[in-house]
Design a binder for this molecule. Structure first.
Ligand code: ADP
Length: 363
């Protein structure tokens, strides 16, 4: 998308000339002829940078700069002052009012264009960094909130269990909360492990069908609560070379989603397939599905599809699934239809039964 530059200049010829050169460089432009118009234009058009003349009647460039730096939309906007005032004291005044740059007339158009590009790029980078920080904070807050809830459930029900005749009545909620907490911590620790080891995970030969059955047992109570049935469509072993904790987490994230985003009384199936050196497991549900416009984005960090707001989540589960699967040399794909459920298929490298080896490091 073209970047938008606000030109604040009371001389029409100069404004038109600047606009001409900027448009030639593929920028969009909007012109304000005085300070008040400039402040309104920042609010309405949200430009990517502003070229600000200083000497204007009534509200001058100094006032506009001061005003913008105190406003939300103008706080970080790149401001380049352009002025016939070329004294050091004027340049210092402009910069100390918060301008990012100060260009004295007459100036080289080439140099000005370079400066504009550089300021816009820097501004964009800062914006993206801030957005990432914000996302990370949200994820940390979510983790803290979820862990606190899980601990409150575990604490509350276990103290009741200690004083009652039949403590078994209190074990189910304790078990579900403990599993949720364990899954949260596993997601966080696997992710940081990957970031710290630049993608190395210890692998070993394991039976994917057995791990899938273990994970189904882990989510059985969660499924029962929503009267969801889970069917594992294979009973014989299929050997893969993977990291045990990572593959468990991949299946746990996918199965939890198949339950969370399903309808009550829904169904979940686990199908297996092998060939071409890979073993596939498909987790299919008959829930609400995902719209085709959202499907390409669901593996993005923090992405949550529309309508998921009421369901617990931080948009990290599928991102982690993708990173872990690909780190182990596997692949993931998703198919879905709004109203007809979703199928997530993960493929892992097959272990040749004749070459069973102890755990090793993958480069
Ligand atoms: P979370 O569940 O924490 O929001 P995920 O990364 O696991 O995060 O999933 C991202 C989004 O993808 C979810 O918010 C949901 O909108 C959508 N999604 C994931 N799995 C399913 C599924 N089986 N059915 C429908 N939507 C799903």
């Amino acid at each position: 998308m073209k970047k938008l530059i606000l030109i604040v200049e009371d001389e029409d010829d100069l404004a038109a000339l600047l606009s001409y050169h900027l448009q030639k460089e593929n920028y969009q432009t909007v012109i304000a002829r005085n300070g008040d118009e400039a402040i309104d234009a920042v609010q309405c058009h949200e430009p990517d940078a502003i070229l600000l003349d200083i000497m204007m009647p009534e509200l001058d460039g100094w006032d506009v700069c001061r005003n913008l730096r105190e406003s939300t939309k103008g706080k970080t906007l790149p401001i380049i002052m352009i002025s016939a005032l070329s004294d050091e004291k004027d340049r210092i005044k402009g910069l100390s009012l918060g301008a990012d740059d100060y260009v004295s007339k007459p100036y080289s158009m080439k140099e000005l264009l370079l400066k504009i590009g550089r300021h816009i790029d820097r501004h964009q980078m800062i914006k993206e960094m801030k957005a990432r920080e914000q996302e990370q904070n949200t994820a940390v807050q979510y983790m803290i909130h979820e862990m606190k809830n899980a601990m409150a459930v575990i604490g509350g029900y276990s103290s009741r269990a200690l004083t009652k005749d039949d403590p078994r009545n209190y074990l189910k909620p304790i078990h579900i909360a403990a599993m949720h907490a364990e899954s949260l911590l596993n997601n966080a620790s696997l992710l940081s492990q990957l970031e710290n080891t630049r993608g190395n995970l210890t692998t070993e030969a394991i039976d994917l069908v057995a791990v899938a059955n273990d994970v189904v047992d882990m989510v059985r109570d969660m499924a029962k609560k929503r009267r969801i049935e889970i069917a594992v469509m294979k009973s014989t072993p299929l050997l893969v070379r993977v990291n045990r904790t990572a593959v468990r987490q991949v299946l746990l994230n996918l199965l939890s989603n198949a339950i969370k985003y399903n309808r009550a009384d829904g169904r979940v199936w686990l199908y297996f397939d092998d060939g071409d050196g890979m073993v596939d497991v498909s987790i299919r549900d008959d829930g609400n599905g995902i719209g085709c416009e959202e499907l390409p984005k669901i593996f993005d960090k923090f992405y949550r599809a529309a309508g998921s707001e009421k369901i617990k989540g931080a948009g990290l589960g599928l991102y982690i699934v993708k990173v872990l699967t690909e780190t182990m040399g596997g692949k993931i794909s998703a198919e879905s239809d709004r109203g007809f459920g979703s199928t997530f298929t993960v493929s892992f490298p097959e272990e040749n039964a004749s070459s069973l080896r102890p755990a090793r490091e993958v480069a």
